[in-house]
Design a protein around this ligand. Structure first.
Ligand code: FAD
Length: 417
């Protein structure tokens, strides 16, 4: 009844007088089995799968602002699984499969739309690299198709095919890639976790940690008081180094700002996601009609959630080079988020590095697509105290041993958010 069509009509006609909140406004309890710090997509998905897959329901998600106020609500909403390396591709393909069933799983419309991604090819060497990546994707069970120039032109005739500096020679298509409404993903996981008993506690900043005599982490200090837990999981994305600093941990993560842009709304033009292969620009079109695009990171470390002008110029130059018609549009909105960049562009899943602590971080600028699989695998790690096989290569000690997952072109490299 609560989510029925009848209810929607009644609330529509009465100005939402009878609407119920989609999740409870929980007050913190003195102790939990698991505390998850960070109410972004990853923290909430982890809580949902902890409860659903592992029956661990005495769980709190602590969020310093409102859920989705970090990168979960600031990204350009692209999901895809077009990775090359075996340490990454099966994980992202599992995420893709979870995206494909997410609306049924959550009974929530996350507006997931598999409208495809095309990575443009501008040189013969780049075609070779994309052929290799496409083959690796297909070997891992993902879909990939090499397009020639005419096929790209049929999909996106508005691109500048005659540009002598960056000629378009083809593209790598992943048809199952797409976009989803980022807020709805957060709300869907929050509602699902809440229904399974998880406490979602907003306006609750973790300001410190409680430690035992051996240095183990046994609780958190927050702006709403101290809370104990058997296990404490960090999923704070761009704030990872600042939160880890409260534990005396230095991690191989740098924080950098990434900007995004949206134009005025226009009629349907851009059919899916398109990435420029020779500069810092990628674009899609929202269901409201705005062209949503972005490019490279700002050039220096920062915790500010706003961008600088030189990168705006760089992104617009890239856009004009590949899609000159962009110059006809007004650009009413720009924003930025904080990315937790690792030196190999791949994420970190860790049991530890302190007793009682679990770490989920290093999403660079590509963690939205990972949200379902990240929650799935991190929940497994927390519940079973062992890495999920799909994240086995994503451990912290790879930076010590040198077994990096150096995913060129989709991780630390620009263009393919
Ligand atoms: P967040 O939403 O940032 O969650 C972390 C939460 O922790 C925040 O809500 C924060 O408030 C909270 N927090 C921090 N400190 C504390 C504390 N001390 N106590 C309590 N809570 C705390 N990825 C893609 O796959 N596709 C894209 O198209 C894409 N585009 C992007 C575009 C931009 C402009 C940006 C900035 C990022 C983009 N990303 C994209 C990356 C993606 O958004 C992130 O990797 C992902 O959202 C990170 O995971 P999260 O959702 O859990 O993070």
């Amino acid at each position: 009844m609560r989510y029925s069509l009848f209810n929607v009509i009644v609330n529509g006609l009465t100005g939402n007088r009878f609407a119920e909140p989609a999740w409870r406004d929980a007050a913190p309890k003195p102790a939990y089995d698991v505390i998850i710090v960070g109410g972004g997509g990853h923290g909430l998905a982890t809580a949902f799968y902890l409860a659903k897959n592992h029956g661990v329901r005495n769980v709190a998600v602590l969020e310093k602002g409102w859920i989705g106020s970090g990168n979960a609500g600031r990204n350009t909403t692209i999901f895809r699984s077009n990775y090359l390396l075996p340490g990454n591709e099966p994980f992202y393909e599992w995420s893709m499969k979870l995206w494909e069933g997410l609306e049924q799983e959550l009974n929530y419309n996350v507006m997931a739309s598999q409208r495809g991604i095309v990575n443009l090819i501008h040189s013969d060497g780049q075609r070779d690299a994309y052929v290799r990546r496409g083959n690796a994707m297909r070997l891992a069970g993902a879909d990939a198709e090499l397009l020639d120039r005419d096929q790209v032109r049929a999909l996106a005739p508005f691109l500048d095919f005659e540009n002598s500096r960056f000629p378009i020679k083809g593209g790598l298509l992943q048809a199952r890639a797409g976009t989803a409404r980022h807020d709805a993903v957060v709300w869907g996981y929050a509602r699902g976790a809440d229904q399974l008993g998880v406490d979602i506690i907003q306006n609750c900043e973790v300001t410190g940690f409680q430690r035992d005599a051996e240095g183990g982490v046994i609780g958190v200090e927050t702006t709403r008081g101290a809370i104990r837990a058997k296990k404490i999981a960090l999923a704070v994305a761009g704030s990872t180094s600042r939160v880890a600093d409260k534990l005396g941990l230095r991690l191989p993560i740098e924080s950098l700002v990434l900007q995004a842009f949206v134009s005025e709304g226009i009629k349907p033009l851009v059919p899916g996601v398109i990435t420029f292969g020779a500069g810092h620009f990628y674009i899609s079109q929202s269901d409201k009609g705005g062209l949503v695009f972005g490019g490279d990171l700002d050039g220096y470390n920062s915790y500010a959630q706003r961008g600088n002008l030189p990168v705006i110029e760089d992104v617009l130059e890239g856009g004009m080079a590949v899609m000159p018609t962009l110059g006809r549009l007004r650009l009413p909105r720009q924003w930025a988020g904080l990315c937790d960049m690792t030196m190999d562009g791949s994420p970190i899943f860790e049991i530890g590095p302190l007793p009682g602590l679990y770490l989920n971080a290093g999403w660079n600028y590509g963690g939205f697509k990972a949200t379902p699989a990240s929650g799935w695998c991190f929940a497994h790690m927390i519940a079973r105290d062992e890495p999920h096989p799909l994240t086995a290569a994503m451990r912290l000690d790879r930076f010590r041993t040198g077994h990096l997952i150096d995913e060129k072109g989709v991780g630390a490299q620009p263009n393919l958010h």
